[in-house]
Design a protein around this ligand. Structure first.
Ligand SMILES: Nc1ncnc2c1ncn2[C@@H]1O[C@H](COP(=O)(O)OP(=O)(O)O)[C@@H](O)[C@H]1O
Ligand SMILES: [Mg+2]
Length: 307
């Protein structure tokens, strides 16, 4: 049996002369937790909207469980759950009424709506807010309810577009706990977009978009391991002088304002302490911070955009 949940071929979207997504190719298999990453404007939402039949592609194809998004949009929508970047909740209605409405949209019988709503409210710790209007919920509770709304019909594929944007860390952690509970209960495939890269480190696979192009794809841990053994991070005034002095030894540096990042591989390690002590001697007054640390997905992202 074909295990492919999302099959995207040469998918493209243009607005006039502007290309928002260029010839995207993606395969996502059953049960995968897949992250589509990239800065604002990279084309993440446009890609998700094409895959969920909300935006018509300019060219190329996208199939969801074998159903073509242009030829069989109704089929596609039945199989997917969508949590938009902007809330889809009716703020005047209560928590329960919002879930009930989502159930009605998917033709679920009343008994099933009740059972699922109660289950999700319990799972997401919202039971005591059942009869409260959405406008009286906190931002985090609203986001959780948005997710509950998106999974009322137990979709086999869930699109989550920046689900935790603007939320504090404990709330973000809670939301992830809920999503992983749902995944383990239902085997649901998840396509996530985010620019909180630490959240994407738990994905099975990620793809980086840059100006509508897929520039890197892989398992996050492998991508991090392939990037470098360690990262040397230096904060200094006049960082250009430091780049000049270290370039020959450590290769190109990535610069963000006064901070420099150098990739270190295993072979360079033995000379490193000498390099750093020389550096301290030479630039003592200019150095603000020197650290050697493990690389992370954020570094992968920075280097992708540096190329
Ligand atoms: N309806 C539209 N008309 C014109 N340009 C659009 C439209 N929708 C998106 N874009 C442009 O396409 C690019 C990608 O947008 P989007 O997919 O929302 O990016 P992301 O979700 O990665 O932040 C942006 O430059 C955006 O301005
Ligand atoms: Mg977006």
């Amino acid at each position: 049996m074909d295990q492919s949940v999302v099959t995207v071929r040469e998918l493209r979207k243009t607005y006039g002369a502007f290309e928002a997504v260029s010839k995207l190719n993606l395969n996502i298999t059953s049960g995968e937790f897949f992250g589509l990453l990239g800065p604002n404007g990279a084309g993440k939402t446009t890609s998700i909207h094409m895959m969920s039949s909300l935006v018509r592609p300019t060219s190329g194809t996208a199939c969801i469980f074998g159903a073509d998004v242009v030829k069989n949009p109704v089929d596609v929508r039945r199989k997917i759950g969508l949590v938009f970047q902007d809330s889809a909740l009716d703020r005047q209605l209560s928590v329960w009424e919002n879930l009930r409405f989502a159930g009605l949209l998917h033709d679920l019988p009343f008994k099933l709506v009740k059972d699922r709503a109660n289950h999700l409210l319990d799972l997401f710790n919202l039971t005591e807010k059942k009869n409260v209007p959405v406008l009286a919920l906190s931002g985090g509770q609203r986001r959780v309810l948005d997710i509950a709304r998106g999974v009322m019909h137990t979709p086999k594929l869930l699109f989550l577009d920046e689900p935790t944007i603007g939320l504090d860390l404990p709330t973000r952690r809670n939301i992830w706990r809920y999503i992983h509970q749902l995944r383990s209960q239902t085997g649901m495939t998840v396509l996530l977009t985010t620019h909180y890269l630490e959240e994407a480190e738990t994905c099975d696979r990620v793809a980086f978009l840059k100006n509508g192009n897929l520039v890197l794809e892989g398992n996050p841990k492998q991508l991090v391991a392939q990037l470098a053994n360690e990262i040397l991070e230096i904060e200094a005034s006049e960082p250009n002088k430091i780049i000049e002095s270290l370039n020959d030894h450590l290769g190109p540096a990535l610069q963000e304002f006064e901070t420099l990042f150098f990739k270190l591989d295993k072979t360079g390690e033995k000379n490193l302490s000498m390099l750093i002590s020389n550096l301290k001697e030479k630039f003592e007054s200019k150095l603000k911070r020197v650290i050697v640390r493990q690389p992370n997905l954020n570094d992968v992202f920075l280097w992708v955009n540096f190329k």
